[in-house]
Design a protein around this ligand. Structure first.
Ligand code: PRX
Length: 637
C-alpha cells in the first residue's frame, strides 16, 4: 500500500490544513477516492449542527470489509494482518495473514447469516482480546449488521442496560477471558444479564478457556460448531453486503454527564476515511511496520487503532490479550522486543503505573525497533511524558499525544510523528479537517492565543458522531445545544502563544479514571441503589496513577459499627451495577450534602474538599446550611 495522502513535512501539513478548511469537499473527495467504493457518492458533505444532521459521501455505496480485507489480498494477502500475543507468555502467539483473516471473516459472516442475523440487526459482542473478537466485528460489517462491543470489564447489569437500549437480538461471547492471573467467566456474566430478557435470539460462544458453561437450548450455540457447519456447506465465501456510506457501522456506549450511557453511532463511509487517514498520518505508518495499540477493543481506541484504521491501511496490527503488569511489569517491553514493534500506542495511566515499577523491567529489553510512541485517553503529565520519551523511546522516538473522544471516531488534535513538533503535555495542533475553537462560559469565542476556554469544533469532520442510538434528541442536547452551531467536546483547554492545544480535562460531570470514562451520575445511581444509602454525590480527585480517582460522599442510615462493612457493600453494589472500574477509591460518610436553597448539590465545594483544599470554597452564601462544609471537610479521607 502507498498512501498518497500521507503528510511528510511541516509545510505539507500547513498546506493540507489550509486546503481542508478552504475547500473541505475537494479535500475529502480526493482522499475518499483512494478507497474501494461500489458506487461513488452523489454529494461529499451535507450538514447542519441544529438538528444535528451530518452526512458524508451520501449516495456512496461500499463495504468497509472490502477496504479492510479484499482490496489487500492480491498484493498483500500473505502479510500479517493480526499478530496476537496471548495473556500467558508461554502460550504460542498467533499470526493471521490478510488471506487467512479474510477466510475467517467470511466464514463467520456465514455463521451469522445461518443464525438469522440480517442487515441492520444489532449484534452485541462481549469477548476477551482474542482475534475472534476482530473476526466477529468484521463479520458483522461484512453482512451489514451493526456491532455493539461491550468492554469485558462491565457487569451483567451494564450489559443488560446496553442490550435493552440497542434492542440487540444477538450476542457473541466467550466462555471466559484471561486477564493476568485471573480467569473471568464472561458467559456466566452474559447469562446473568439475560435473566428475563426475551429479545435475544442467539448467543454464540467461543471457547477460549475450556471453562464449563451452561448452554441454553435453542438459544446458545458454540462458535466452533457453527463454523464447522459452514465448512460442511462448501462455499466459505460471503459476498460483501452493499451498504450506504451513511448506514450505521457500530454503536459504542459511553458515559455522559447525565443518565445511563448513550450509544454513540458511527456510520461507515466517513468513519472509515477518518480512522484510516488519522492512522496513516498521526503515526506515520510505513508498510511492513508493526503497530501495537495496547487498548481494549471494547473502547473506541481499539475500534479505530487496532481494527479499522490499521486494517484499512493494510497494516500489521498487534493484539495483546493480557495486562501490562502480569506476569511482571515488563510485559509490554517483552512484546516490543519479541515482535520488533515499530509503533507503540498506549495510555498515560499505563505509563505511570509502569514507571512506578522502576527501570528494572525495562533495562534488559531491546526496544530499538520502536520508531513512534503514542499516548491517548487522558492528559499526560510531563513526568510521564519524559519517562516514556527517555526510557522507552530512548530520546529518538517522537511521542504523539492524541486527543480525541468516542464521539470523534478518531484523533482530532495531535502532532504528526516526526513531521510536526510535539510538546510535552500538549496535543498540539488540529489535524486537517478539524476546526477547533475555544469559548468562554457564555459561548463567546476566545480568539487570542495564550488563553483557556471550553473546547468546541465548528465544522464537521468525516468521523464525527451522527446520532445517539434510538435517541437523536439526546445527541443534540449533549453535544450541540450548549453553544450555538458548535460541537461541544465537554473538555477544558488551553491554547498557548503558538496556537498549540493542551486539553486540561472534563468540565462536565464526567470522570476519566485510568482513561475510562465514567459519569458521576451513573456511579451515584449505583451507590444510591444500595440499602441504607439516602443520597450520594460523586466527584473526581487527582490520583497519581489513575489520573482521576472517584471520591464518593454518602449519606448513610446506619450505625458507626456498620461503616467498614458498608463500604465493602457499596463497592460490591457499584461493581454489580456498572463494573469494578467504577468502584469509588474513597467513600466518606457525611451528615448531609452542601445544597443550594433550590436543592442543587454544590459539587464545586465537594471537588475542592476531595482535592485537599481547606479554604477558598468560593461563594457559599447560597448554601442552605453553610456549617455542613466544615463538618465534611473535617471528615475528609
Ligand atoms: O477528556 C478527554 C480525554 O478523554 C475523553 C474522551 O474519552 P473517551 O470517549 O473514552 O475516549 C478516549 C479515547 C479517545 C476526552 O473528552 N482525552 C482523550 N485523549 C486525551 C484526553 N485528554 C487529554 N489528552 C488526550 N490526549
Amino acid at each position: 500500500m502507498s498512501y498518497s495522502y500521507q503528510i511528510k513535512t511541516q509545510e505539507a501539513y500547513e498546506l493540507a490544513y489550509r486546503e481542508s478548511v478552504q475547500y473541505p469537499e475537494v479535500f475529502w473527495e480526493r482522499i475518499a477516492s483512494t478507497f474501494t467504493w461500489q458506487k461513488k457518492w452523489d454529494k461529499v458533505l451535507d450538514w447542519n449542527f441544529d438538528q444535528p444532521s451530518v452526512k458524508w459521501f451520501e449516495g456512496g455505496k461500499l463495504n468497509i470489509t472490502e477496504n479492510c480485507l479484499d482490496r489487500h489480498l492480491q498484493k498483500y494477502g500473505n502479510i500479517p494482518a493480526i499478530i496476537w500475543e496471548p495473556n500467558h507468555p508461554s502460550e504460542s502467539h498467533r499470526v493471521l495473514t490478510y488471506n487467512e483473516l479474510h477466510v475467517k471473516v467470511t466464514q463467520f459472516a456465514n455463521v451469522l447469516k445461518n443464525n438469522g442475523v440480517q442487515k441492520g440487526d444489532r449484534v452485541c459482542i462481549y469477548m476477551g482480546m482474542i482475534p475472534e473478537l476482530t473476526i466477529a466485528m468484521l463479520a458483522c460489517a461484512r453482512i451489514g449488521a451493526i456491532h455493539s462491543i461491550i468492554f469485558g470489564g462491565f457487569s451483567a447489569q451494564a450489559i443488560a442496560d446496553r442490550l435493552e437500549d440497542a434492542k440487540a437480538e444477538f450476542i457473541i461471547t466467550c466462555d471466559g477471558a484471561y486477564r493476568g492471573a485471573k480467569e473471568v467467566p464472561l458467559k456466566a456474566v452474559v447469562d446473568e444479564a439475560l435473566v428475563g430478557n426475551t429479545i435475544i435470539k442467539r448467543v454464540i460462544v467461543y471457547n477460549r478457556l475450556n471453562m464449563p458453561v451452561s448452554m441454553v437450548a435453542d438459544r446458545d450455540v458454540y462458535w466452533e460448531e457453527e463454523v464447522r457447519k459452514v465448512e460442511m456447506q462448501g462455499n466459505p465465501d460471503c459476498p460483501a453486503e452493499v451498504m450506504d456510506a451513511e448506514d450505521m457501522l457500530f454503536v459504542l456506549y459511553t458515559s455522559g454527564s447525565t443518565g445511563k450511557p448513550k450509544g454513540v453511532v458511527h456510520t461507515i463511509g466517513g468513519y472509515m476515511v477518518w480512522a484510516n487517514y488519522t492512522f496513516v498520518n498521526v503515526f506515520q505508518y510505513q508498510p511492513g511496520q508493526i503497530h501495537f495499540c495496547t487498548a481494549d477493543i471494547g473502547w473506541i481506541t481499539g475500534h479505530s487503532y487496532i481494527v479499522y484504521g490499521p486494517l484499512s491501511a493494510g497494516a500489521t496490527t498487534l493484539m495483546f490479550e493480557g495486562i501490562p503488569t502480569w506476569p511482571d511489569a515488563g510485559r509490554f517491553w517483552d512484546i516490543v522486543d519479541k515482535f520488533k514493534v515499530d509503533i507503540l500506542y498506549t495510555a498515560p495511566t499505563a505509563i505511570r503505573s509502569l514507571m512506578g515499577f522502576g527501570l528494572e523491567y525495562v533495562k534488559d529489553k531491546d526496544l530499538s525497533s520502536l520508531k513512534v510512541l503514542g499516548s491517548v485517553g487522558e492528559p499526560i503529565n510531563e513526568e510521564a511524558w519524559h519517562w516514556f520519551y527517555n526510557n522507552i523511546g530512548k530520546e529518538k522516538c517522537p511521542v504523539v499525544d492524541t486527543w480525541w473522544q468516542t464521539e470523534t471516531g478518531g484523533v482530532l488534535i495531535s502532532n504528526l510523528a516526526g513531521v510536526t513538533p510535539g510538546k510535552p503535555s500538549f496535543a498540539t495542533l488540529p489535524l486537517p479537517g478539524v476546526q477547533p475553537c475555544l469559548v468562554d462560559e457564555h459561548g463567546k469565542e476566545i480568539l487570542d492565543n495564550h488563553v483557556s476556554g471550553n473546547l468546541c469544533i465548528r465544522f464537521p469532520w468525516p468521523g464525527m458522531i451522527r446520532t445517539t442510538y434510538n435517541n437523536h434528541e439526546r445527541c443534540r442536547q449533549a453535544y450541540f445545544s450548549t453553544y450555538e452551531n458548535l460541537y461541544f467536546t465537554g473538555d477544558g483547554c488551553v491554547r498557548d502563544e503558538y496556537g498549540n492545544y493542551r486539553i486540561t480535562g472534563r468540565v462536565d460531570d464526567v470522570l476519566n479514571v485510568s482513561g475510562h470514562r465514567i459519569g458521576t451520575a451513573e456511579v451515584e445511581n449505583a451507590i444510591n441503589s444500595h440499602t441504607g444509602v439516602i443520597e450520594s454525590a460523586v466527584v473526581g480527585y487527582p490520583h497519581e496513577i489513575k489520573g482521576q480517582g472517584i471520591y464518593a460522599y454518602v449519606i448513610y442510615n446506619g450505625t458507626p459499627e456498620d461503616i467498614e462493612l458498608s463500604k465493602q457493600a457499596i463497592h460490591q453494589t457499584v461493581s454489580r451495577m456498572i463494573g469494578p472500574i467504577a468502584k469509588p477509591d474513597k467513600i466518606q460518610f457525611v451528615p448531609g450534602l452542601p445544597k443550594t436553597r433550590s436543592g442543587k448539590i454544590m459539587r464545586r465545594i465537594l471537588r475542592k474538599i476531595a482535592e485537599g483544599e481547606t479554604s477558598n470554597f468560593g461563594d457559599t452564601s447560597t448554601l442552605l446550611d453553610p456549617t455542613l462544609v466544615d463538618s465534611i471537610r473535617a471528615g475528609k479521607i
